[in-house]
Design a protein around this ligand. Structure first.
Ligand code: 5GP
Ligand code: ZN
Length: 135
C-alpha cells in the first residue's frame, strides 16, 4: 500500500508530530485537531479498518488506548476524552488505514454529540435479533 499516507507517517517518510512508537504502533497528533492534543494511534502495518484488525494486534491496542486517554487528558489539561474510530466512508472514514482518535474535550469547547432518534419497541427487537444473529 505505497499510497497510504499513514503507512508513510509510520515509516517516517512523511513528517508528523510523533508522540509514541513501539514495535507495532505509532501515535502522532492529528493535523487538524478537534481540540489541541487530538492524537491518532495507528498500527504500523497497513490495516484498513476495525473489521480487518488482527485480534492479536487489537489486544495490544486496548491498553495503549487507555494509556493515551490518560496521557492526553493530563497533557492537554482536558476535562474529558472522546475515543473515536471511523469505519467505512459512511461513518466518516477519510484515511483507510485504521486509526483510533483520542480527543481531549473541554467543558465549553462547543462540540456537540450526535443526536439520538427514537424507534418503536418492534424495531428495537427486530434489529437486536439481527445483530445477535450476526455475532
Ligand atoms: P478519519 O475521518 O479517517 O477518521 O480521520 C482522518 C484524520 O486524519 C483526520 O482527523 C485528519 O485531520 C487526519 N489526517 C489526515 N491526513 C493527515 C496527515 O497527513 N497528518 C496528520 N497528522 N493527520 C492527518
Ligand atoms: Zn497504510
Amino acid at each position: 500500500m505505497n499510497d497510504c499516507i499513514f503507512c508513510k507517517i509510520a515509516k517516517g517518510e512523511i513528517p508528523s508530530t510523533k508522540i509514541y512508537e513501539d514495535k507495532d504502533f505509532f501515535a502522532f497528533l492529528d493535523i487538524k485537531p478537534v481540540n489541541l492534543g487530538h492524537a491518532l494511534l495507528i498500527p504500523k502495518t497497513h490495516v484498513k479498518n476495525l473489521y480487518e484488525f488482527p485480534e492479536e494486534l487489537l489486544s495490544k491496542a486496548g491498553p495503549l488506548i487507555k494509556k493515551f486517554a490518560i496521557a492526553v487528558k493530563k497533557g492537554a489539561n482536558a476535562d474529558g476524552i472522546n475515543l473515536g474510530m471511523n469505519n467505512d466512508e459512511a461513518a466518516g472514514q477519510l484515511v483507510f488505514h485504521a486509526h483510533f482518535h483520542i480527543i481531549p474535550r473541554f467543558k465549553d469547547d462547543g462540540h456537540i454529540h450526535w443526536g439520538g432518534k427514537e424507534h418503536s419497541a418492534d424495531e428495537m427487537q427486530s434489529i437486536s435479533q439481527k445483530i445477535i444473529s450476526a455475532l
